[in-house]
Design a protein around this ligand. Sequence first.
Ligand code: AMP
Length: 121
Amino acid sequence: MSETIFTKIINKEIPADILYEDEISLAFKDINPQAPMHFLVIPKKAIATINDIERQDCEVVGHLSWVAAKILKEHGLAEQGYRTVMNCNEYGGQTVYHIHLHVLAGKPLGWPPYSAKLKIE
Ligand code: AMP
């Protein structure tokens, strides 16, 4: 799989507003926030999409949700509620092909998400 901008963030080759890091994962603020609190939790292992998760990755993927809740609790945002989203491929709106858990908090969030217009040729 080709390297993404998230590999560069993991390797500290480009800056990010890091909230949490351990041997498995990294959490940092989204550069284009869609809520008062919007951060991404990524595995250090480069997995391109949800479709590429293998059985042995399940613990790593579950770890991302644990990190999300840990950060939200520390910021006093867990009890009021929040949303986690992992987009997959074109219809899911994925733009960076290194899986990442979006975590959106700090305001009431609408549901369902809107349809997007895709340029299909
Ligand atoms: P997705 O569209 O689900 O693949 O989400 C990719 C997310 O990565 C978007 O919300 C972007 O705003 C975010 N993003 C892209 N580059 C950076 C960066 N350098 N630092 C932080 N967030 C980024």
